[in-house]
Ligand binder design. Sequence first.
Ligand SMILES: Cc1ncc(C[n+]2csc(CCOP(=O)(O)OP(=O)(O)O)c2C)c(N)n1
Length: 248
Amino acid sequence: MSVIFKKTKGLTDTPFTYCPGCTHGIIHRLVAEVLEELNIIDRSVLIASVGCSVMSYEFFNCDAVQAAHGRAPAVATGVKRVRPDSIVFTYQGDGDLASIGTGEIVQAAHRGENITVIFVNNAIYGMTGGQMAPTTLPGQVTTTSPYGRDTHLQGEPIRISEMIATIPGAAFVERVTVVDPLTIRKAKTAIKKAFEVQLRNGGFSMVEVLSSCNIGWGLSPVDSLKFIKDKMVPYYPLGNFKDKGVQS
Ligand SMILES: Cc1ncc(C[n+]2csc(CCOP(=O)(O)OP(=O)(O)O)c2C)c(N)n1
């Protein structure tokens, strides 16, 4: 019997620690498949961040470094500069990248670091109990905004992709999601392009993935995907925000 689907070599056999229904697992698989298809597993270095994906160094079948909260782009900079033949990517949540690590991501993009950033935006701090993040939607209830995010007090959520796309050093910036087969395919295409930019020494590349946190949001897995489509996408439109075309 011919094999039509098998697990990618880009992942180890370690079971994921993610909650059932969370889309981190889908994003992991897409990244791992891209590493395999580009034949770069052996020279890839993951910079794991802090958050639900803190254990991702156990899941990707490549070398990895664990960075302090928000500091993954700085660690990635060091690894890439010391070992320029490596393919270096960070995997960061929105609490990590858009809050404590805002300075790191902006400066890394400004320097045009030849790294790839996978930015997983689930609109809250998932691991620590569902607190409000800079990306929490207006009116969204979290454990630290029980009456909903008040934009007069807490400001509007940060649209990271749009902001990073304005930076000259950013070569490729795209926002995707993983709520159905079509969006999953598009997400994989964007992730592949981002790695291809790095392979061609094109500079900074980032893919933002709108992701679910059904436990933190207090929704079922199915309703969480609906929440992404109905609530997140209108505020965080999907699409490409920057493409210098170096990968084609
Ligand atoms: C310097 C520092 N401050 C705070 C924390 C606590 N902390 C751990 S995970 C986390 C939030 C992570 O949220 P996010 O990046 O959105 O990832 P998610 O868990 O939602 O995937 C925080 C604040 C920490 N580990 N280190």
